[in-house]
Design a protein around this ligand. Structure first.
Ligand code: F6R
Length: 363
């Protein structure tokens, strides 16, 4: 039931603080500020983590690559299932393969998992639907606890995937000796704080709705991000495309000069995910480059970033200060709201966008 909400998507966006909290609680011990061991999962001798999914699930995997790399020094290869399964992928001794799927029924993801299993690789399934085919066939299930997701555009399943992946990256970091107790406790504390921060992020909805009205008439929108916010920019563009039918593209900010900057013209909306992190100055210089060519820059940032970007970005959405593992959760909620309000304003069918099905059981 939609309750007070106009659409399931709106309801599911607002459920996120609760369901990411539930998902994090499943993986962590809040008293010890540590991540639980998972029977049958050992990252110590892993040589590589292969992550496979489709669409939004694959983007969650892409974001987590940055975490497994920096927290656990674990090499990660991420692929979309339809490419992975047909490219005769190379499996190496010590590979672990993780398949991400909300529905647990996506045909390409399932076949990719069967391929890895037949090569003798341990298969983990990060799924939201416990009784699904992917869950049943995997050697180990790591759940997301988002509850049923009805809106075709994935929202809460995505942020629950990110929450679970963050916990797995912390576990891998401990297993591989790259996180000490204090560092692990710091990461866990920040994950436990993420629901509260997301409540604050969602309070920006009225401002985001105003911005949505500004961009609803445009034919193209660009999203830029760096580091872990690059795949988030891809996800943001996918969300806008799916439900508002506006052509949107995500780019790594550092790629601008290698092509996409040619697209910049007067008034083009460019949405930049710009937390005040170690790469802020680089993102800021991308903002300056596109703004000086006439782009209408909308920066999504934190209080420190907002201060620094005053006068440089045409619009600034200020979210609470997050961290490495929590920023993508907060930025996700903002870009979901933006896509949602553009679609509502345009009058498209938000929960049932044209040509799309919730579960893609044929390739
Ligand atoms: C995007 C979206 C799709 C799914 C993709 C994978 O909003 O919903 O891109 O993420 O079809 O679906 P699952 O996760 O069910 O395997």
């Amino acid at each position: 039931e939609k309750g007070n909400h106009r659409h399931f998507m709106e309801k599911e966006i607002h459920e996120q603080p609760e369901v990411i909290g539930r998902t994090v609680s499943h993986y962590v011990d809040a008293f010890e500020n540590g991540v639980h061991e998972i029977a049958g999962l050992d990252f110590r001798s892993a040589s590589r983590l292969i992550i496979v999914g489709c669409g939004t699930a694959a983007y969650a995997g892409e974001i987590s690559r940055y975490w497994f790399g920096s927290l656990a020094r674990l090499a990660v290869e991420v692929d979309i299932a339809s490419e992975f399964r047909y490219r005769d992928p190379v499996f190496l001794p010590g590979d672990i393969a993780l398949f991400i799927s909300q529905s647990g029924e996506t045909a390409d993801t399932l076949e990719a998992m069967r391929l890895a299993a037949s090569a003798g690789v341990q298969t983990l399934a990060l799924v939201n639907t416990a009784h699904s085919t992917i869950a049943r066939e995997a050697s180990l299930v790591v759940p997301t606890l988002a509850g049923p997701e009805i809106g075709v555009a994935s929202t809460k399943a995505f942020t629950c995937q990110l929450s679970a992946l963050a916990c797995l990256a912390v576990l891998a970091g401990r297993h591989r000796g790259h996180l000490d107790r204090a560092q692990e406790a710091g990461h866990v504390a920040s994950l436990l704080a993420s629901p509260g921060l997301m409540v604050k992020a969602l309070e920006r909805e009225d401002e985001i709705e105003q911005l949505a009205h500004e961009i609803a008439g445009h034919e193209t929108v660009l999203y830029l991000g760096r580091n872990q916010n690059f795949p988030l920019a891809l996800e943001a563009a996918l969300k806008l495309k799916e439900i508002s039918y506006i052509h949107a593209e995500g780019y790594a900010a550092g790629e601008l000069k290698h092509g996409p900057i040619a697209l910049i013209e007067e008034g083009l909306p460019v949405i930049v995910i710009a937390p005040h992190d170690a790469l802020f100055d680089k993102t800021r210089s991308s903002i300056q480059q596109v703004a000086s060519r006439g782009a209408h820059v909308i920066a999504i940032t934190d209080p420190e970033g907002a201060h620094a970007l005053e006068g440089e970005a045409a619009r600034i959405i200020t979210l609470p200060k997050g961290g490495q593992l929590t920023d993508p959760l907060l930025f996700a909620s903002a870009v979901q709201l933006l896509a949602y309000h553009v679609a509502v304003y345009k009058g498209t069918d938000v929960d049932q966008p044209r040509n799309l099905a919730k579960s893609v059981t044929v390739e």
